[in-house]
Design a protein around this ligand. Structure first.
Ligand SMILES: [Zn+2]
Ligand SMILES: [Zn+2]
Ligand SMILES: [Zn+2]
Length: 378
């Protein structure tokens, strides 16, 4: 049965990546979108109308294909798969239910596509959506589609892949977000754009502008439903240049610099390190970096002298003991640490080392300990 489970797993993984292709798969040119783009050449809107139909049917027949896949394996290799295939034939209850659902799904998908095709795609959700944008100069959804197609062909458009199933397209007059089975469209002149939130992706692995995303609500006047687009920090000003409307940014929306993000991650790591108990001196000064707050960190070696793979580090790369008393706050220590790093290596800053600003002892982020003041009883 092991062979069968592994085969089913492989099949499910292939299906998953067919639906949600990664950029690596896109590079091979073997995604549904890329293969279809060679055959469907009658314009951006028509392409998406047809490709959503192909995807709907393709995704819906996947469960049926699974049964076919197991039977094919049994045909090629009867020794390992005959039993598994027999189960799909002999009608165990679970398989019968699965079969019934798989057929229902596939038939429903085909019927849906046939319904969409009536009157040359006039029932397709994309056509119905475009119908909202008709006006005297563009009397039906086809003329709206032609207008979008014309603008899409021009070099002035901007196209950003948002994720595996969604792309943002900005032409001279339109903002379009493509999804798995539909597209959202807004005419720029009749749309409000509100940037309402910044998302930050895992900055411990990637500290860059690309890891910040501003979420923008696109609200077309014609449509009661708005849709959300996400634009990364590195594309944001380009996006601003491409839209002819101001983007209203709520006060909470602030792009943070690379250094801001790093300081945050540095602080998070420092809170996981051991706390150092320290008796404050009566004449303890403010932080030497900012002169604003009390020093709250001390460098105390806690790391093991090993590299990322666990091998011992040579003597000249190991962290060193620092005997300095606390004189810096955590923010200034993080800024100091960042200032000692190469910008090009920003993805790995947190794993790098710096030297103590006072005694020059080498330290890493694991050695930056929060200080807990202990008041001595007289
Ligand atoms: Zn400070
Ligand atoms: Zn020191
Ligand atoms: Zn260290």
């Amino acid at each position: 049965m092991d062979h069968t489970m592994i085969s089913i797993f492989v099949f499910v993984v292939i299906c998953f990546f067919t639906i949600f292709p990664t950029t690596e798969i896109e590079d091979t040119g073997l995604t549904v979108d890329q293969l279809c783009s060679h055959c469907i050449t009658d314009g951006f809107v028509q392409y998406h109308i047809k490709v959503t139909c192909i995807k709907l049917v393709l995704h819906s027949v996947m469960p049926l294909c699974l049964v076919g896949f197991i039977r094919l394996l049994a045909f090629i290799n009867p020794d390992d798969f005959a039993n598994a295939a027999a189960v799909t034939y002999s009608g165990q209850f679970v398989w019968e239910v699965f079969y019934a659902l798989a057929w229902t799904l596939a038939i429903l998908a085909v019927l849906t596509v046939l319904y969409w095709y009536i009157d040359k795609w006039s029932n397709h959700p994309i056509a119905k959506h475009l119908q909202l944008f008709t006006k005297p100069t563009m009397p039906d959804w086809r003329s709206v589609a032609t207008n979008i197609n014309d603008e899409y062909r021009r070099n002035t458009k901007m196209e950003i892949r948002s994720n595996a199933i969604s792309t943002l397209v900005v032409t001279e007059n339109w903002i379009i977000k493509t999804n798995l089975y539909r597209i959202n469209v807004a005419h720029q002149n009749e749309t409000s754009l509100v940037g309402y939130k910044i998302d930050i992706q895992d900055v411990t692995t990637d500290i860059s502008d690309a890891s910040q995303y501003v979420n923008i609500a696109v609200k077309p006047l014609q449509d009661s439903k708005h849709f959300i687009i996400r634009v990364s920090g590195e594309h944001f000003s380009d996006f601003q240049d491409h839209v002819n409307r101001p983007i209203v940014l709520l006060p909470s929306v602030k792009f943070r610099t690379l250094i801001d993000l790093f300081v945050e991650v540095f602080k998070e790591q420092a809170t996981l390190n051991p706390v150092v108990r320290f008796t404050p001196l009566p004449d303890m000064d403010h932080c030497l970096g900012c002169l604003q707050v009390q020093p709250d960190v001390k460098i105390e070696k806690h790391c093991l002298d090993v590299d990322a793979s666990g091998a011992m580090l040579p003597e000249d790369q190991r962290c060193e003991p620092c005997l300095c008393r606390p004189q810096w706050c955590i923010t200034c220590m993080a800024l100091w640490f960042a200032s000692r790093q190469q910008r090009a290596e920003r993805d790995t800053w947190l794993s790098k080392k710096a030297t103590c600003p006072m005694c020059r002892a080498r330290f890493c982020v694991l050695d930056v300990c929060r200080v807990e003041s202990v008041v001595q009883n007289q």
